[in-house]
Ligand binder design. Structure first.
Ligand SMILES: [Zn+2]
Length: 290
């Protein structure tokens, strides 16, 4: 393990309580479609606390309606915003987008849940609640990867962009807004699952997938399994409509994503943060401030 790698490991382990508490706060902020405002404000505050140039990006259906991938999810768009944060450095390294969604699917009958779907409670080293697995823990993992790298004095040579989007579960109006507004420039995308729309794909030999596989191996000692999935996701918007290679990666079991008693394993979250932090180092290149 390299020095940087072990520093990342130690720093993530030290921050465990803070990481878990942040994810609990996200889960405790119900964010069904069209009601994502509160959780996006929490994300914005967090990105600003890390010194990122962060902003709310309004969703406007009238700006999207002529796009071939536009899907009107029937909700008012007037109050919905994405949050975008940039960790900018003027190096010649490659850039990366960390994209995740904050909207969650309905809870279904609450009597099927052992506790409130919005409890965010901890049991057996898991965080429970709607959106824990799909995908507030995944979004938080990208944000904490940045925080951890800052803690150890790392600056990327390229730019890292966090995109916290709405509308993934209902057609992708959030990510499509970022594409239509040209917020993506050219970096590859790391994001997460799912939905039921057109398919998209990235060549498994693409350097971003190779780099992610190497970082996975470094942190786990296991060879990663790279596979296509049957569910749809915002990935298709990047690959098909912005011509940006993208890969889905994150903590949690996809079978729990829309289920009662949804949860995410804390160990998987910590591991994901370590892997994403190492990916940023490997992909963007490093500048260590002494
Ligand atoms: Zn979902």
């Amino acid at each position: 393990m390299s020095h940087l790698n072990s520093q990342i490991d130690a720093s993530v382990n030290t921050a465990q309580d803070e990481i878990v508490s942040f994810i609990q706060t996200l889960v405790q902020s119900p964010s069904l479609a069209n009601d994502e405002g509160q959780v996006q404000s929490i994300i914005l505050d967090k990105l600003e606390s890390l010194g990122l140039a962060a902003e709310k990006v309004p969703i406007r259906f009238d700006e999207l309606k002529d796009h071939p991938a536009f899907c009107d999810d029937g909700f008012s768009s007037d109050s919905r915003v994405n949050v975008v944060g940039q960790w900018n450095h003027d190096g010649d390294g490659k850039s990366l987008i960390l994209n995740g969604h904050v909207d969650v699917v309905p809870t279904g009958p609450e009597e099927l849940w052992d506790e409130s779907p919005w409890s965010g409670s901890i049991k057996n080293n898991r965080i429970y609640g709607r959106g824990s697995c799909d995908m507030k823990a995944g979004l938080a993992s990208g944000i904490f990867a940045i925080q951890i790298l800052q803690n150890i004095g790392f600056k990327p040579n390229g730019n890292v962009m966090v995109q916290s989007v709405v509308g993934e579960e209902s057609g992708g109006c959030g990510t499509l807004t970022n594409i239509v507004k040209g917020l993506n420039e050219n970096p590859p995308v790391l994001e997460w699952f799912e939905g039921q729309f057109e398919s998209g794909q990235t060549d498994t030999k693409h350097p971003i997938i190779q780099s992610l596989s190497e970082c996975y191996f470094q942190s786990t000692g296991d060879t990663s399994i790279i596979e296509g999935v049957t569910y749809g996701s915002d990935l298709r918007l990047f690959t098909n409509h912005a011509h940006i290679p993208a890969v889905l990666f994150g903590p949690g079991d996809v079978r729990l994503a829309h289920a009662a008693n949804e949860y995410v394993e804390i160990e998987e979250v910590l591991l994901t943060i370590k892997i994403i932090a190492n990916l940023i180092v490997d992909w963007c290149g490093e500048t260590i401030e002494k």
